[in-house]
Structure formats: C-alpha cells, structure tokens
Design a protein around this ligand. Structure first.
Ligand code: ADP
Length: 187
C-alpha cells in the first residue's frame, strides 16, 4: 500500500510538455518521434505519441486539406494535447502543421511547448517520397499538397531546428533529449 502511494507520488512529479515536430511530408517527423518516445519511455516517463497520419484516420477523419480543415485538425489535436500535458504526459506531436498561426495557437493553448522544426529540402523529401505522395501531387492526383501547391510557413521561433538531410536519426533523438534535459523538462 505504502509502495503504491510512493509510486503515485513519484509519477506525479512528472510535468507534461508538448514536443511539437513540424515540417514537410517526408521530412522525418514520424521517424524521429518513434525512437524519441521509446527512449523517453525507457527513461521512465509517461509518453503519448500523436501522429498526423494516425490522427487523421481517427480523431479528424472527416477533415480534408483546405486551410480551414488543416486549422481544425490542429485545433482538435491541440485540445487533446493540452489535456495530456496538463496531466503530466510528455506528448510528442508529429504534424506538418504548415501554418505559423496554428502552431502559435497550439503553443499558447498548451503552454509547455517545445517546437522542433524538422527541416529538410523539399527535393530530398521528394526523392524519399516515403508514401508516394509527392509523385501523386506532381501528377495532379492530389491537390493542396504542402510544398507543392500548398504553403509551408517555416518556423521563426522554434526551440530547435533539425536538418534531417545532414544529421543522423540518432543525433536528432539525442539532441531533443538533451534539449529537454537542458531546459528542465526532464531529469
Ligand atoms: P514525416 O513524418 O515528416 O512525413 P517520415 O518520418 O514518414 O516523414 O519519413 C521520413 C523518411 O526519411 C523516412 O523514410 C526516414 O527513414 C528517412 N530519413 C533519412 N534520414 C533521416 C533522418 N536523419 N531523420 C529522419 N528521417 C530520415
């Protein structure tokens, strides 16, 4: 019984934060978020990963890719992330989130917010074309594709920028962990 109480007390010491990964499709947001969460979990933290591709199949499957729908997508995600963070969960969010104003909205709603620009030249993203979407967008089969016929507003006040065309995945994950430690978000 005492042990349980101690455990609860220990858990409650964890403060939440949103680690918000923004960048073009194929820049590396999902790829970074998975080992990042694994590492944080291995360190004993409670973590939730929220990924654009998954969220759009569940929470926001009614939405498309117009500016209005993209904004709604981020607003709903922000609503969930804010509550998770409030309850002490490290919430790793991987969303293209192309509009500065929406990222600013998420930042102001969530409060404890670390914005990470997952930067990668579009030529490299297009070469990777992980999901074959760039080819479809170039062929005109997909409209409103970020970086092709839809805007991406680069962050101006991101806490970190990671250029995935020049850095290794391991370095990226380590540098995020180091940032979180260096700024008191984790021990
Ligand atoms: P996003 O989630 O941003 O759309 P993904 O993570 O799905 O992007 O895809 C990124 C692709 O880039 C993956 O195929 C990944 O293996 C590759 N990649 C190559 N180098 C890196 C790196 N240094 N960091 C992250 N991803 C990388």
């Amino acid at each position: 019984m005492v042990e349980e109480k101690t455990l609860v007390a220990e858990n409650n010491q964890q403060q939440g934060v949103a680690v918000w990964l923004t960048g073009l499709s194929g820049a590396g947001k999902t790829t970074i978020s998975i080992p990042l969460c694994e590492k944080l979990e291995a360190m004993g933290y409670r973590v939730q990963r929220m990924d654009g591709d998954v969220v759009r199949q569940k929470l926001t499957r009614d939405l498309g890719f117009s500016k209005e729908d993209r904004d709604k997508n981020i607003e709903r995600v922000t609503f969930v992330a804010e509550r998770l963070v409030k309850h002490g969960v490290i919430t790793v969010c991987a969303f293209i989130s192309p509009y500065r104003a929406e990222r600013q909205y998420a930042r102001s709603e969530i409060g404890r917010f670390v914005e990470i620009f997952v930067k990668c030249p579009i030529e490299v993203c297009e070469e990777r074309d992980v999901k074959g979407l760039y080819a479809k967008a170039r062929a005109g089969e997909i409209k409103n594709f970020t970086g092709i016929d839809d805007p991406y507003e680069e962050p101006e006040n991101a806490e970190m920028t990671l250029d995935t065309s020049t850095t290794t995945l391991e370095e990226e994950v380590d540098s995020i962990i180091a940032y979180l430690q260096g700024n008191g978000y984790i021990m």
